[in-house]
Design a protein around this ligand. Structure first.
Ligand SMILES: Nc1nc2c(ncn2[C@@H]2O[C@H](COP(=O)(O)OP(=O)(O)OP(=O)(O)O)[C@@H](O)[C@H]2O)c(=O)[nH]1
Ligand SMILES: [Mg+2]
Length: 466
Protein backbone atom coordinates (compact mmCIF):
# COMPACT_ATOMS: atom_id res chain seq x y z
CA UNK A 1 0.00 0.00 0.00
CA UNK A 2 2.85 2.34 0.72
CA UNK A 3 4.64 2.19 -2.61
CA UNK A 4 4.78 5.66 -4.08
CA UNK A 5 7.20 4.96 -6.91
CA UNK A 6 4.54 4.15 -9.49
CA UNK A 7 1.83 6.19 -11.20
CA UNK A 8 -1.72 5.68 -9.96
CA UNK A 9 -4.99 6.36 -11.76
CA UNK A 10 -8.64 6.51 -10.66
CA UNK A 11 -11.97 8.03 -11.58
CA UNK A 12 -12.39 10.91 -9.11
CA UNK A 13 -16.09 11.59 -9.71
CA UNK A 14 -18.96 9.44 -8.37
CA UNK A 15 -20.05 6.31 -10.24
CA UNK A 16 -22.84 6.70 -12.77
CA UNK A 17 -23.57 9.16 -15.53
CA UNK A 18 -23.01 12.88 -15.25
CA UNK A 19 -22.25 15.98 -17.27
CA UNK A 20 -18.56 15.60 -16.49
CA UNK A 21 -16.32 12.87 -15.18
CA UNK A 22 -12.77 13.35 -13.96
CA UNK A 23 -9.91 10.87 -14.12
CA UNK A 24 -6.91 11.63 -11.98
CA UNK A 25 -3.33 10.46 -12.46
CA UNK A 26 -0.53 10.90 -9.94
CA UNK A 27 3.09 9.78 -10.12
CA UNK A 28 6.23 10.13 -12.20
CA UNK A 29 4.61 8.98 -15.47
CA UNK A 30 1.36 10.96 -15.14
CA UNK A 31 2.22 13.41 -17.87
CA UNK A 32 3.58 10.88 -20.32
CA UNK A 33 0.52 8.63 -19.90
CA UNK A 34 -1.91 11.53 -20.35
CA UNK A 35 -0.12 12.63 -23.50
CA UNK A 36 -0.36 9.10 -24.91
CA UNK A 37 -4.12 9.13 -24.34
CA UNK A 38 -4.58 12.33 -26.30
CA UNK A 39 -1.83 11.62 -28.82
CA UNK A 40 0.19 14.72 -27.96
CA UNK A 41 3.91 14.85 -28.62
CA UNK A 42 4.73 18.13 -26.92
CA UNK A 43 4.74 18.52 -23.14
CA UNK A 44 1.57 19.73 -21.41
CA UNK A 45 1.71 23.32 -20.22
CA UNK A 46 1.86 23.46 -16.44
CA UNK A 47 -1.45 24.28 -14.69
CA UNK A 48 -3.19 25.25 -17.91
CA UNK A 49 -6.42 23.60 -19.06
CA UNK A 50 -5.79 22.12 -22.50
CA UNK A 51 -8.57 21.06 -24.83
CA UNK A 52 -7.82 17.76 -26.54
CA UNK A 53 -9.37 14.89 -28.44
CA UNK A 54 -9.18 11.56 -26.76
CA UNK A 55 -8.92 8.29 -28.58
CA UNK A 56 -8.68 5.08 -26.60
CA UNK A 57 -9.27 1.52 -27.78
CA UNK A 58 -12.62 0.00 -26.91
CA UNK A 59 -12.53 -3.18 -24.80
CA UNK A 60 -14.59 -5.03 -27.42
CA UNK A 61 -12.15 -4.20 -30.21
CA UNK A 62 -11.22 -7.49 -31.86
CA UNK A 63 -8.34 -7.77 -34.17
CA UNK A 64 -10.82 -8.59 -36.94
CA UNK A 65 -12.65 -5.27 -36.63
CA UNK A 66 -10.85 -2.18 -37.87
CA UNK A 67 -9.72 -0.49 -34.65
CA UNK A 68 -10.81 2.98 -35.61
CA UNK A 69 -14.40 1.73 -35.82
CA UNK A 70 -14.55 0.78 -32.15
CA UNK A 71 -12.24 3.35 -30.61
CA UNK A 72 -13.77 5.39 -27.81
CA UNK A 73 -13.51 9.08 -28.42
CA UNK A 74 -14.36 12.19 -26.45
CA UNK A 75 -13.48 15.83 -26.17
CA UNK A 76 -11.60 16.36 -22.95
CA UNK A 77 -9.81 19.03 -20.96
CA UNK A 78 -6.43 17.98 -19.63
CA UNK A 79 -4.65 19.87 -16.87
CA UNK A 80 -1.16 19.04 -15.62
CA UNK A 81 -0.01 19.95 -12.11
CA UNK A 82 3.73 19.24 -11.94
CA UNK A 83 5.35 18.28 -8.62
CA UNK A 84 5.53 19.63 -6.01
CA UNK A 85 2.65 22.09 -6.57
CA UNK A 86 -0.08 19.50 -6.87
CA UNK A 87 -2.61 17.98 -4.51
CA UNK A 88 -0.44 14.89 -3.91
CA UNK A 89 2.92 16.63 -4.17
CA UNK A 90 3.74 14.46 -7.22
CA UNK A 91 3.21 15.05 -10.93
CA UNK A 92 -0.57 15.03 -11.34
CA UNK A 93 -2.84 15.20 -14.37
CA UNK A 94 -6.59 15.63 -14.34
CA UNK A 95 -8.59 14.61 -17.38
CA UNK A 96 -12.11 16.03 -17.50
CA UNK A 97 -14.21 14.06 -19.91
CA UNK A 98 -17.93 13.86 -20.40
CA UNK A 99 -19.44 11.83 -17.58
CA UNK A 100 -20.01 8.64 -19.51
CA UNK A 101 -19.11 5.52 -17.51
CA UNK A 102 -18.05 3.81 -20.75
CA UNK A 103 -15.65 6.59 -21.71
CA UNK A 104 -14.26 6.93 -18.18
CA UNK A 105 -13.69 3.19 -17.92
CA UNK A 106 -11.99 3.37 -21.33
CA UNK A 107 -9.64 6.10 -20.09
CA UNK A 108 -8.78 4.02 -17.01
CA UNK A 109 -8.05 0.96 -19.11
CA UNK A 110 -5.91 2.92 -21.55
CA UNK A 111 -3.99 4.55 -18.68
CA UNK A 112 -3.31 1.13 -17.15
CA UNK A 113 -2.25 -0.09 -20.60
CA UNK A 114 0.22 2.80 -20.72
CA UNK A 115 1.75 1.85 -17.36
CA UNK A 116 -0.44 3.28 -14.61
CA UNK A 117 -1.78 1.23 -11.70
CA UNK A 118 -5.37 1.45 -10.40
CA UNK A 119 -5.35 3.45 -7.14
CA UNK A 120 -6.34 1.90 -3.82
CA UNK A 121 -9.01 3.70 -1.75
CA UNK A 122 -7.53 6.87 -0.25
CA UNK A 123 -4.22 6.47 -2.07
CA UNK A 124 -4.17 10.03 -3.46
CA UNK A 125 -4.69 11.39 0.05
CA UNK A 126 -2.08 9.01 1.43
CA UNK A 127 0.47 10.34 -1.04
CA UNK A 128 -0.46 13.91 -0.11
CA UNK A 129 0.21 12.98 3.52
CA UNK A 130 3.47 11.12 2.83
CA UNK A 131 4.72 14.02 0.70
CA UNK A 132 3.95 16.51 3.45
CA UNK A 133 1.19 18.34 1.56
CA UNK A 134 -1.29 17.72 4.36
CA UNK A 135 -1.09 16.39 7.89
CA UNK A 136 -3.27 13.54 9.12
CA UNK A 137 -5.87 15.85 10.64
CA UNK A 138 -6.26 17.53 7.27
CA UNK A 139 -6.60 14.36 5.20
CA UNK A 140 -9.16 13.09 7.70
CA UNK A 141 -10.94 16.44 7.33
CA UNK A 142 -11.10 15.98 3.54
CA UNK A 143 -12.83 12.64 4.05
CA UNK A 144 -15.24 14.23 6.54
CA UNK A 145 -15.96 17.11 4.18
CA UNK A 146 -16.83 14.70 1.38
CA UNK A 147 -19.00 12.64 3.75
CA UNK A 148 -20.75 15.66 5.34
CA UNK A 149 -24.53 15.56 5.14
CA UNK A 150 -25.27 18.82 6.97
CA UNK A 151 -23.76 22.30 6.41
CA UNK A 152 -22.52 22.33 10.00
CA UNK A 153 -20.61 19.10 9.43
CA UNK A 154 -19.12 20.53 6.26
CA UNK A 155 -18.03 23.69 8.07
CA UNK A 156 -16.42 21.79 10.94
CA UNK A 157 -14.53 19.63 8.44
CA UNK A 158 -13.44 22.63 6.40
CA UNK A 159 -12.18 24.42 9.51
CA UNK A 160 -10.01 21.41 10.27
CA UNK A 161 -8.83 21.30 6.69
CA UNK A 162 -7.78 24.91 7.11
CA UNK A 163 -5.73 23.82 10.09
CA UNK A 164 -7.67 25.02 13.16
CA UNK A 165 -6.93 21.84 15.10
CA UNK A 166 -3.41 21.52 13.76
CA UNK A 167 -2.60 25.09 14.85
CA UNK A 168 -3.96 24.49 18.34
CA UNK A 169 -1.85 21.37 18.67
CA UNK A 170 1.27 22.99 17.26
CA UNK A 171 0.89 25.79 19.84
CA UNK A 172 0.66 23.25 22.66
CA UNK A 173 3.66 21.39 21.27
CA UNK A 174 5.80 24.53 21.07
CA UNK A 175 5.15 25.29 24.73
CA UNK A 176 5.76 21.68 25.67
CA UNK A 177 9.01 21.62 23.76
CA UNK A 178 10.34 24.56 25.76
CA UNK A 179 9.58 22.84 29.07
CA UNK A 180 11.11 19.58 27.89
CA UNK A 181 14.28 21.32 26.74
CA UNK A 182 14.74 22.93 30.15
CA UNK A 183 14.18 19.65 31.98
CA UNK A 184 16.64 17.90 29.70
CA UNK A 185 19.24 20.59 30.32
CA UNK A 186 18.79 20.20 34.08
CA UNK A 187 19.28 16.44 33.73
CA UNK A 188 22.30 16.87 31.47
CA UNK A 189 24.18 19.00 33.99
CA UNK A 190 23.34 17.38 37.32
CA UNK A 191 26.64 18.27 39.01
CA UNK A 192 26.11 21.99 38.87
CA UNK A 193 22.90 21.44 40.81
CA UNK A 194 21.37 24.14 38.66
CA UNK A 195 17.76 23.79 37.61
CA UNK A 196 16.93 25.28 34.28
CA UNK A 197 13.32 25.48 35.32
CA UNK A 198 12.17 26.26 38.84
CA UNK A 199 9.60 24.02 40.46
CA UNK A 200 6.85 26.61 40.61
CA UNK A 201 7.49 27.72 37.02
CA UNK A 202 7.26 24.09 35.94
CA UNK A 203 4.02 23.66 37.89
CA UNK A 204 2.57 26.76 36.25
CA UNK A 205 3.67 25.65 32.77
CA UNK A 206 2.03 22.25 33.27
CA UNK A 207 -1.18 23.83 34.55
CA UNK A 208 -1.25 26.01 31.46
CA UNK A 209 -0.71 23.04 29.14
CA UNK A 210 -3.52 21.18 30.88
CA UNK A 211 -5.83 24.17 30.48
CA UNK A 212 -5.09 24.32 26.75
CA UNK A 213 -5.80 20.61 26.29
CA UNK A 214 -8.99 20.95 28.34
CA UNK A 215 -10.17 23.85 26.20
CA UNK A 216 -9.81 21.65 23.13
CA UNK A 217 -11.48 18.69 24.80
CA UNK A 218 -14.37 20.79 26.05
CA UNK A 219 -15.83 21.12 22.59
CA UNK A 220 -15.12 17.50 21.77
CA UNK A 221 -18.53 16.12 22.69
CA UNK A 222 -20.19 18.86 20.65
CA UNK A 223 -17.76 18.17 17.82
CA UNK A 224 -18.47 14.48 17.92
CA UNK A 225 -22.17 15.20 17.82
CA UNK A 226 -21.69 17.41 14.75
CA UNK A 227 -19.60 14.79 13.00
CA UNK A 228 -21.46 11.66 13.95
CA UNK A 229 -25.01 12.82 14.58
CA UNK A 230 -27.42 11.41 17.12
CA UNK A 231 -30.34 9.05 17.58
CA UNK A 232 -33.55 10.72 18.78
CA UNK A 233 -36.69 8.72 19.61
CA UNK A 234 -40.27 10.02 19.79
CA UNK A 235 -42.29 8.29 22.50
CA UNK A 236 -45.66 8.82 24.07
CA UNK A 237 -49.09 7.37 24.64
CA UNK A 238 -51.20 6.57 21.55
CA UNK A 239 -52.66 9.45 19.55
CA UNK A 240 -50.66 12.30 21.14
CA UNK A 241 -49.25 13.25 17.72
CA UNK A 242 -45.85 11.49 17.55
CA UNK A 243 -46.20 10.56 13.90
CA UNK A 244 -47.48 14.03 13.05
CA UNK A 245 -44.41 15.54 14.72
CA UNK A 246 -42.16 12.99 13.00
CA UNK A 247 -43.58 14.01 9.61
CA UNK A 248 -43.19 17.69 10.44
CA UNK A 249 -39.54 17.27 11.42
CA UNK A 250 -38.59 15.14 8.42
CA UNK A 251 -40.67 17.46 6.23
CA UNK A 252 -42.32 14.59 4.42
CA UNK A 253 -45.45 12.58 4.77
CA UNK A 254 -43.56 9.47 5.89
CA UNK A 255 -45.63 8.11 8.78
CA UNK A 256 -49.33 7.25 8.72
CA UNK A 257 -51.35 9.70 10.81
CA UNK A 258 -54.96 8.93 11.81
CA UNK A 259 -57.28 9.82 14.70
CA UNK A 260 -57.23 6.12 15.65
CA UNK A 261 -55.06 5.42 18.72
CA UNK A 262 -52.53 2.69 17.95
CA UNK A 263 -51.91 3.71 14.35
CA UNK A 264 -48.15 3.27 14.39
CA UNK A 265 -47.03 -0.31 14.97
CA UNK A 266 -43.44 -0.43 13.85
CA UNK A 267 -40.34 1.73 14.21
CA UNK A 268 -39.90 4.29 11.47
CA UNK A 269 -36.51 5.90 11.07
CA UNK A 270 -35.47 8.86 8.96
CA UNK A 271 -32.25 10.86 8.87
CA UNK A 272 -32.95 14.54 9.17
CA UNK A 273 -30.87 17.71 9.31
CA UNK A 274 -32.04 19.53 12.43
CA UNK A 275 -30.34 22.92 12.12
CA UNK A 276 -27.07 21.33 11.12
CA UNK A 277 -27.15 18.27 13.31
CA UNK A 278 -27.56 14.98 11.53
CA UNK A 279 -30.29 13.26 13.51
CA UNK A 280 -31.72 9.79 13.03
CA UNK A 281 -35.28 10.34 14.13
CA UNK A 282 -37.38 7.34 15.20
CA UNK A 283 -41.18 7.28 15.35
CA UNK A 284 -42.61 4.56 17.58
CA UNK A 285 -45.85 2.86 18.53
CA UNK A 286 -47.90 4.55 21.26
CA UNK A 287 -47.00 3.12 24.68
CA UNK A 288 -49.94 1.36 26.33
CA UNK A 289 -50.80 -2.09 27.72
CA UNK A 290 -52.53 -4.08 25.00
CA UNK A 291 -53.69 -7.58 24.12
CA UNK A 292 -53.05 -7.04 20.43
CA UNK A 293 -50.00 -9.13 19.52
CA UNK A 294 -48.85 -6.76 16.77
CA UNK A 295 -49.17 -3.73 19.00
CA UNK A 296 -47.37 -5.53 21.83
CA UNK A 297 -44.40 -6.07 19.55
CA UNK A 298 -44.58 -2.40 18.52
CA UNK A 299 -44.47 -1.30 22.15
CA UNK A 300 -41.53 -3.63 22.80
CA UNK A 301 -39.63 -2.09 19.89
CA UNK A 302 -40.48 1.42 21.06
CA UNK A 303 -39.01 0.62 24.47
CA UNK A 304 -35.92 -0.85 22.81
CA UNK A 305 -35.34 2.27 20.71
CA UNK A 306 -35.82 4.43 23.78
CA UNK A 307 -32.97 2.74 25.62
CA UNK A 308 -30.42 3.14 22.83
CA UNK A 309 -31.25 6.69 21.82
CA UNK A 310 -29.20 9.77 22.72
CA UNK A 311 -32.31 11.81 23.38
CA UNK A 312 -35.98 11.06 23.95
CA UNK A 313 -38.80 13.36 22.90
CA UNK A 314 -41.55 12.51 25.39
CA UNK A 315 -44.77 13.67 23.74
CA UNK A 316 -47.96 14.60 25.63
CA UNK A 317 -51.35 15.82 24.35
CA UNK A 318 -52.62 18.94 26.12
CA UNK A 319 -56.11 18.72 24.66
CA UNK A 320 -57.18 15.68 26.72
CA UNK A 321 -56.58 14.85 30.38
CA UNK A 322 -53.37 13.02 31.21
CA UNK A 323 -53.79 9.26 31.40
CA UNK A 324 -51.99 6.46 33.21
CA UNK A 325 -50.20 5.74 29.94
CA UNK A 326 -48.83 9.30 29.93
CA UNK A 327 -47.70 9.06 33.55
CA UNK A 328 -46.04 5.70 33.02
CA UNK A 329 -44.22 7.09 30.02
CA UNK A 330 -43.02 10.14 31.97
CA UNK A 331 -41.87 7.87 34.76
CA UNK A 332 -39.98 5.46 32.51
CA UNK A 333 -38.18 8.25 30.61
CA UNK A 334 -37.39 10.42 33.65
CA UNK A 335 -33.84 9.13 34.02
CA UNK A 336 -33.00 9.49 30.35
CA UNK A 337 -31.87 12.56 28.50
CA UNK A 338 -35.20 13.89 27.32
CA UNK A 339 -37.28 16.83 26.22
CA UNK A 340 -40.95 16.80 27.26
CA UNK A 341 -43.04 17.99 24.31
CA UNK A 342 -46.59 19.18 24.91
CA UNK A 343 -48.57 18.98 21.66
CA UNK A 344 -51.92 20.24 20.34
CA UNK A 345 -51.78 23.65 22.01
CA UNK A 346 -54.02 24.93 19.19
CA UNK A 347 -56.88 23.17 21.02
CA UNK A 348 -58.42 24.07 24.38
CA UNK A 349 -56.20 22.86 27.22
CA UNK A 350 -57.41 19.96 29.37
CA UNK A 351 -54.60 20.31 31.94
CA UNK A 352 -52.04 22.82 33.11
CA UNK A 353 -48.49 22.32 31.84
CA UNK A 354 -46.99 23.52 35.13
CA UNK A 355 -48.78 20.68 36.91
CA UNK A 356 -46.37 18.13 35.44
CA UNK A 357 -43.07 17.83 37.23
CA UNK A 358 -40.16 17.74 34.83
CA UNK A 359 -36.48 18.54 35.30
CA UNK A 360 -36.51 21.05 32.44
CA UNK A 361 -39.32 23.15 31.01
CA UNK A 362 -41.52 21.30 28.52
CA UNK A 363 -41.66 22.66 24.98
CA UNK A 364 -45.19 23.53 23.94
CA UNK A 365 -46.01 22.98 20.30
CA UNK A 366 -48.79 22.52 17.83
CA UNK A 367 -47.88 20.35 14.90
CA UNK A 368 -51.06 21.50 13.22
CA UNK A 369 -50.19 25.23 13.30
CA UNK A 370 -46.42 24.77 13.35
CA UNK A 371 -46.16 26.76 16.56
CA UNK A 372 -43.11 25.97 18.70
CA UNK A 373 -41.37 23.68 16.20
CA UNK A 374 -38.35 25.98 15.80
CA UNK A 375 -38.00 26.25 19.56
CA UNK A 376 -38.16 22.47 19.78
CA UNK A 377 -35.36 22.07 17.22
CA UNK A 378 -33.22 24.54 19.21
CA UNK A 379 -33.85 22.56 22.38
CA UNK A 380 -32.92 19.28 20.71
CA UNK A 381 -29.57 20.78 19.64
CA UNK A 382 -28.89 22.30 23.05
CA UNK A 383 -29.92 19.14 24.89
CA UNK A 384 -27.79 16.85 22.72
CA UNK A 385 -24.70 19.04 22.89
CA UNK A 386 -25.14 20.22 26.46
CA UNK A 387 -24.83 23.86 25.35
CA UNK A 388 -27.02 26.48 23.69
CA UNK A 389 -23.98 27.45 21.58
CA UNK A 390 -23.81 24.24 19.66
CA UNK A 391 -23.36 26.03 16.34
CA UNK A 392 -20.08 27.59 17.50
CA UNK A 393 -16.90 26.55 15.75
CA UNK A 394 -15.84 23.04 16.67
CA UNK A 395 -12.14 22.41 16.46
CA UNK A 396 -12.19 18.74 17.30
CA UNK A 397 -14.72 16.24 15.99
CA UNK A 398 -12.91 12.99 15.39
CA UNK A 399 -12.86 10.25 18.07
CA UNK A 400 -9.29 9.32 17.19
CA UNK A 401 -8.15 12.85 17.96
CA UNK A 402 -10.20 13.02 21.15
CA UNK A 403 -8.77 9.74 22.39
CA UNK A 404 -5.17 10.86 21.80
CA UNK A 405 -5.79 14.23 23.43
CA UNK A 406 -7.22 12.49 26.48
CA UNK A 407 -4.08 10.38 26.69
CA UNK A 408 -1.91 13.49 26.41
CA UNK A 409 -4.00 15.06 29.14
CA UNK A 410 -3.46 12.09 31.44
CA UNK A 411 0.32 12.37 30.96
CA UNK A 412 0.28 16.11 31.70
CA UNK A 413 -1.82 15.49 34.78
CA UNK A 414 0.54 12.78 36.00
CA UNK A 415 3.51 15.12 35.53
CA UNK A 416 1.80 17.96 37.33
CA UNK A 417 0.93 15.79 40.29
CA UNK A 418 4.53 14.62 40.55
CA UNK A 419 5.61 18.27 40.67
CA UNK A 420 2.99 19.21 43.27
CA UNK A 421 3.98 16.33 45.53
CA UNK A 422 7.73 16.75 45.11
CA UNK A 423 8.47 18.82 48.26
CA UNK A 424 11.58 20.37 46.84
CA UNK A 425 12.91 17.06 45.44
CA UNK A 426 11.75 17.51 41.87
CA UNK A 427 11.69 14.15 40.06
CA UNK A 428 12.82 15.72 36.81
CA UNK A 429 13.41 12.40 35.08
CA UNK A 430 9.87 11.17 35.70
CA UNK A 431 8.30 14.47 34.74
CA UNK A 432 10.28 14.44 31.51
CA UNK A 433 9.16 10.88 30.76
CA UNK A 434 5.51 11.93 31.20
CA UNK A 435 6.00 14.91 28.94
CA UNK A 436 7.61 12.73 26.30
CA UNK A 437 4.53 10.51 26.41
CA UNK A 438 2.26 13.51 26.02
CA UNK A 439 4.35 14.74 23.12
CA UNK A 440 4.10 11.35 21.38
CA UNK A 441 0.30 11.39 21.67
CA UNK A 442 0.09 14.90 20.24
CA UNK A 443 2.31 13.93 17.34
CA UNK A 444 0.09 10.97 16.56
CA UNK A 445 -2.85 13.31 16.04
CA UNK A 446 -1.19 15.25 13.25
CA UNK A 447 0.60 12.17 11.96
CA UNK A 448 4.17 13.17 12.63
CA UNK A 449 4.45 9.89 14.44
CA UNK A 450 2.40 7.09 12.93
CA UNK A 451 2.47 3.37 12.45
CA UNK A 452 1.71 1.69 9.17
CA UNK A 453 -1.28 -0.03 10.79
CA UNK A 454 -2.78 3.28 11.81
CA UNK A 455 -2.39 4.72 8.33
CA UNK A 456 -3.90 1.60 6.80
CA UNK A 457 -6.86 1.92 9.16
CA UNK A 458 -7.43 5.63 8.45
CA UNK A 459 -7.13 5.46 4.69
CA UNK A 460 -9.26 2.33 4.39
CA UNK A 461 -12.39 4.42 4.94
CA UNK A 462 -11.64 6.67 1.98
CA UNK A 463 -13.19 6.00 -1.36
CA UNK A 464 -11.26 5.29 -4.52
CA UNK A 465 -10.05 8.39 -6.30
CA UNK A 466 -9.63 10.35 -3.08
N1 LIG B 1 -55.47 19.75 16.69
C1 LIG B 1 -54.35 19.08 16.57
N2 LIG B 1 -54.36 17.80 16.21
C2 LIG B 1 -53.19 17.14 16.07
C3 LIG B 1 -51.97 17.77 16.30
N3 LIG B 1 -50.97 16.88 16.12
C4 LIG B 1 -51.58 15.72 15.77
N4 LIG B 1 -52.93 15.87 15.74
C5 LIG B 1 -53.93 14.83 15.40
O1 LIG B 1 -53.85 13.82 16.38
C6 LIG B 1 -54.20 12.57 15.81
C7 LIG B 1 -53.13 11.53 16.12
O2 LIG B 1 -51.94 11.90 15.48
P1 LIG B 1 -50.78 10.88 15.23
O3 LIG B 1 -49.61 11.67 14.73
O4 LIG B 1 -51.21 9.72 14.41
O5 LIG B 1 -50.50 10.40 16.71
P2 LIG B 1 -49.50 9.26 17.22
O6 LIG B 1 -48.99 9.70 18.54
O7 LIG B 1 -48.51 8.93 16.20
O8 LIG B 1 -50.48 8.06 17.44
P3 LIG B 1 -50.16 6.48 17.47
O9 LIG B 1 -49.37 6.14 16.28
O10 LIG B 1 -51.49 5.87 17.45
O11 LIG B 1 -49.44 6.20 18.75
C8 LIG B 1 -54.35 12.83 14.31
O12 LIG B 1 -55.71 12.94 14.02
C9 LIG B 1 -53.63 14.14 14.10
O13 LIG B 1 -54.14 14.87 13.01
C10 LIG B 1 -51.98 19.17 16.68
O14 LIG B 1 -50.97 19.82 16.91
N5 LIG B 1 -53.20 19.75 16.80
MG1 LIG C 1 -48.10 7.23 15.22
Amino acid sequence: MFSTADTIVAIATPPGRGALGVVRLSGPDASRIARELIGRATPLVSRRATFARLSVPSPSAQSATPRAMTDLGDEVVVTAFPAPRSSTGEDCVEISAHGSPVVLAGILRAAVGAGARLAEPGEFSLRAFLNGKRDLVQVEAVADLVDAVTPLQARAAFDQLQGTLTQAIVAIEAQLFDVMARLEASLDFPDEGYHFIAEDALGAALADLLAKVDALLSDASRGRLVREGALVTLVGAPNVGKSSLFNALVQANRAIVTPVPGTTRDLLTERVDLSGLSVSLVDTAGLRPTDDLVEQEGVRRAEGSLTVSDLVLAVLDRSRPLTDDDRRMLESTARRRRVVVVNKIDLDPAWDVTSVETASTPVEISVRSGHGLDALIERVGAELSGTPDWREQTRITNVRHVHLLEQARASFDHARRAVLESNGQLPEEFVLADLQDAHAHLQEITGRRTSEDLLRHIFARFCIGK
